[in-house]
Design a protein around this ligand. Structure first.
Ligand code: 5GP
Length: 201
């Protein structure tokens, strides 16, 4: 059995990481998305339990107090957090659990799980990112401005990540993510049974 692990995917808003992650999950049956909890309002088309578990602030704070979250942050005025639920059990069962989370959460995950793989999704260049951020059309001006500032901050965390994938085209970027998964599964330290099997002396 190929080993499972946690794969954190981050990148500034507007870089297309949501699309990449859903495509990766559609194509690779060993992968599984960790559905985060958030107090942000659902965007058109988003469903509870699919993109996020949508919570009010009180329920979210209760989750914090009851230790139901592996990590959580306040981002642009809303809470976001990773439910503990099935994460570790799924990894133990050989799943690649994908956490699509921002940079602070990513570093917290690394502290808890030093084996987690951190992947940063980059835009082809900064101009493209700015265009994508203003062009989404689903958010008011002040939100776009805050996200742009936040995008700059997030990019400053790039050096703390293990891999980058530049999102020039979706199929190419998904292929790169697949290659990262493949390489990580071939790490000798993720395969103790294989090491054991080949110890003849
Ligand atoms: P959005 O509101 O655009 O869906 O997400 C805003 C940011 O929150 C994105 O960078 C997304 O990756 C991040 N995010 C989503 N869920 C979580 C989570 O559970 N924990 C953390 N730390 N960040 C999250």
């Amino acid at each position: 059995m190929k080993p499972g692990f946690l794969m954190v995917v981050s990148g500034p808003a507007g870089v297309g990481k949501g699309t990449l992650v859903s495509e990766l999950i559609r194509l690779n049956e060993q992968t599984l998305l960790s559905v985060s909890a958030t107090t942000r309002a659902p965007r058109p088309g988003e469903e509870d339990g699919v993109q996020y578990w949508f919570k009010d602030r009180q329920s979210f704070e209760q989750m914090i107090h009851e230790d139901q979250l592996l990590e959580w942050v306040e981002y642009c005025g809303n809470y976001y957090g990773t439910p503990v639920d099935h994460v570790t059990a799924s990894v133990a069962e050989g799943k690649i659990v994908i956490l699509e989370i921002e940079v602070e959460g990513a570093l917290n995950i690394r502290r808890i799980f030093p084996d987690a793989v951190l992947v940063f999704i980059l835009p082809p260049d900064l101009e493209t990112l700015k265009k994508r951020l203003s062009g989404r059309g689903t958010e008011p001006e002040d939100v776009i401005y805050r996200r742009l500032k936040r995008a700059e901050e997030e990019l400053s965390f790039l050096s703390r990540y293990d891999y980058f994938v530049m999102n020039v085209s979706i199929p190419q970027a998904v292929e790169k993510l697949t290659k990262i998964i493949d390489a990580e599964q071939r790490r000798v330290n993720r395969n103790p049974e294989l090491v054991q099997r080949f110890q003849v002396v």
